[in-house]
Design a protein around this ligand. Structure first.
Ligand code: HEC
Length: 136
């Protein structure tokens, strides 16, 4: 049921205009607007580690979504090598710039990042993401 709802949501986002979506604090819309220039959802990477593999690391590292979202939101505000979960990415791509977004938006997009990995199936949830990101 939850999955169905999410899929319905994705469908809506494909048809809604980008600005209308951004106002609803939809994590995916915030990502498309502020993050997708550097981050792909699925490999291969653009200028930064792809989101699904990153999300899987967070699921290993943090016990709860709250802990994971707290980390991601804080990191987006002030990226630093010491706190990065993915040290290899820092070495490979350099540090990401701080995101100057309201806390609400940082948490919304952080929650979306967390949700891109589904531990039950060990698979990403980026349905629709692949083709879309590659065509960006
Ligand atoms: C200018 C390019 C750029 C933009 C824009 C950008 N990132 Fe990043 N991001 C990076 C790079 C490079 C890394 C890897 C180095 C690092 O961790 O700082 C990274 C790392 C990350 C990490 C891993 C943090 C960790 O603990 O290791 C997350 C999560 C993340 N980005 C999410 C986002 C989100 C969400 C947005 C949009 C709100 C965003 N990024 C925007 C370049 C970018």
């Amino acid at each position: 049921m939850k999955k169905l709802l999410v899929m319905a949501g994705m469908g809506l986002m494909f048809s809604a205009s980008a600005s209308a979506v951004a106002e609803t604090l939809d994590g995916r819309a915030i990502f498309d607007k502020n993050c997708s220039v550097c981050h792909s959802i699925n490999p291969p990477p653009k200028l930064a580690p792809p989101i699904i593999p990153l999300a899987s690391r967070f699921h290993i590292q943090f016990k709860s979504k709250t802990d994971g979202v707290n980390h991601i939101a804080a990191y987006l505000k002030l990226p630093n090598k010491k706190n990065a979960i993915d040290q290899q990415a820092v070495a490979r791509f350099g540090l990401m710039p701080a995101m100057k977004l309201p806390d609400k938006e940082l948490r919304a997009v952080a929650g979306w990042v967390w949700d891109q990995y589904n531990p039950a199936t060990s698979r990403g949830r980026g349905f629709g993401g692949q083709g879309r990101m590659n065509s960006n």
